[in-house]
Design a protein around this ligand. Structure first.
Ligand SMILES: *Cc1c(COP(=O)(O)O)cnc(C)c1O
Length: 436
């Protein structure tokens, strides 16, 4: 099948985006959707099904964003849809306990090795903010250590610029965030155990928690190097700090039990989101019972939510997790994602481009540099201008990629070998048009 780029029209999307910009800041409800970093305008999506998106101009795309992770069984899966349709007549929100919460809580506890108790919230941002509050209460300490390039939502305490000098000072990287709030947030480079050790040694009795993405998805896909996660676990034990795995992206993606199952790790607290809501707004945090029982009303740490544990979100989450339990799910995701990643490396070689790739399970990224990319600092070596050209070319070919060099790509069980083949053929055409 030959896709001709000169028929690619986005007139209606363009009109809608112009209008949206007068109604909402930047025309979007979340910044990365505006496609600014790839020098393009976004398309407006009319419909999503399986591995595909259709925009308002009728273009179809093979989707490698999957609504930033949740669509791991494909968009609008018929069984998820049916579960939601059956749930709607019972009401969309109760503001009271419901049995669906018990079901999903039990599923999360059974799945994620370190979680003994869980609290549902409405987003990954809330999960991370709440986990830090809890860690501070539990340890009676105030400081936290994060890693540059890791994203933990838009809570004030996480908006700290990564970068050597500024890092230790904990200066906020968004106006509107008081420096008093971020003064307790310390940043070290990912995959750098000596730097973490030095930071802990500098504040031996003040670090409440070390939080990280066990596989980074928010600086492009970056893998923990062998021994890194185990080293972080050892150091946090040594200094009496809690270890928080932010598995909002990796939970139920890298394995049914998340990165901690895949890498055999035992964090104290875990943040979840994305997949566990099956495409509806959900987050969760959980961990050891002795820590979780400090959360109100069992304990004194306040945290609440009008729509938390929402019955529709629980329903979509339950059905999505049930679908993921089918034997062979994760082997298939690994295989199809490896096929895409290795294919892209081949295509780049054939067209004379230097790229490197990081992949684990159904998460992957290519970087336009020789690599290896092991941190946000090394990811910045990528040729972002070239990535922008690649992205725009792939859109015109009907392939919808994350609109930034610093975002991972996500595959789903709905992606087929034929989708990967089409994607690779498109990549070959696009890369051969881009000067090396
Ligand atoms: C997406 C994400 C968040 C934030 O979740 P929201 O639901 O967007 O608030 C936090 N941490 C990680 C690792 C994420 O990928």
């Amino acid at each position: 099948m030959v896709t001709t780029t000169n028929t690619y029209q986005t007139t209606r999307s363009h009109e809608l985006f112009e209008r949206a910009k007068t109604l909402m800041p930047g025309g979007v409800s979340s910044p990365v959707r505006a496609f600014k970093s790839v020098g393009a305008d976004p398309v407006f999506i009319a419909r999503a099904q399986g591995a595909y998106l259709w925009d308002v101009d009728g273009n179809r795309y093979i989707d490698y964003i999957g609504t930033w992770g949740p669509a791991i069984v494909g968009h609008a899966h018929p069984e998820v849809q049916q579960a939601l349709i059956s749930a709607i007549p019972n009401g969309t929100s109760f503001g009271a306990p419901s049995c669906q919460e018990n079901v999903l809580a039990q599923m999360v506890i059974d799945a994620v090795p370190s979680i003994e108790m869980v609290r549902f919230v409405n987003s990954g941002t809330e999960a991370c903010m709440s986990a830090i509050r809890l860690a501070r209460a539990y340890t009676g300490r105030e400081k936290l250590i994060k890693f540059s390039g890791c994203y933990h939502g838009h809570g004030d305490l996480f908006l700290v610029q990564a970068g050597s000098g500024v890092a230790t000072l904990g200066l906020p990287d968004s106006p509107g965030v008081p420096s008093a709030v971020t003064a307790h947030t310390l940043t070290v480079p990912y995959n750098d155990l000596p730097a973490l050790n030095a930071m802990l040694a500098q504040y031996p009795d003040s670090i409440a928690a070390v939080i990280l993405e066990p596989v980074v998805g928010n600086a492009g896909c970056i893998l923990p190097q062998p021994g890194f996660l185990a080293g972080v676990r050892e150091l946090t034990h040594q200094y009496g700090a809690l270890l928080i795995f932010d598995e909002v992206m990796t939970g139920f993606r890298l394995a049914y039990g998340g990165a901690q199952e895949r890498f055999g790790m035992d964090p104290d607290l875990t943040c979840l989101g994305k997949i566990i809501g099956g495409g509806l707004p959900v987050g969760a945090y959980g961990g050891k019972q002795a820590i979780m029982e400090m959360v109100a009303p069992a304990g004194p740490v306040y945290q609440a939510g009008t729509l938390s544990g929402n019955p529709l979100a629980m329903t979509a989450g339950i059905k999505t997790l049930e679908l993921l339990q089918k034997p062979g799910t994760y082997a298939y995701l690994d295989q199809i994602t490896a096929q895409l990643t290795e294919g892209l490396l081949d295509v780049a070689r054939a067209t004379g481009h230097t790229i490197c790739a990081n992949q684990v399970g159904a998460m992957t990224s290519i970087f336009f540099c020789a690599g290896p990319v092991t941190s946000y600092e090394t990811a910045k070596a990528s040729d972002r201008e070239k990535f922008g050209r690649f992205h725009r070319g792939m859109m015109a070919e009907g392939v919808y990629l994350a609109p930034s060099q610093f975002e991972a790509w996500f595959l789903s069980t709905a992606h087929t070998a034929a989708d990967i083949d089409q994607t690779l053929q498109a990549a070959r055409r696009v890369l051969s048009q881009i000067p090396q």
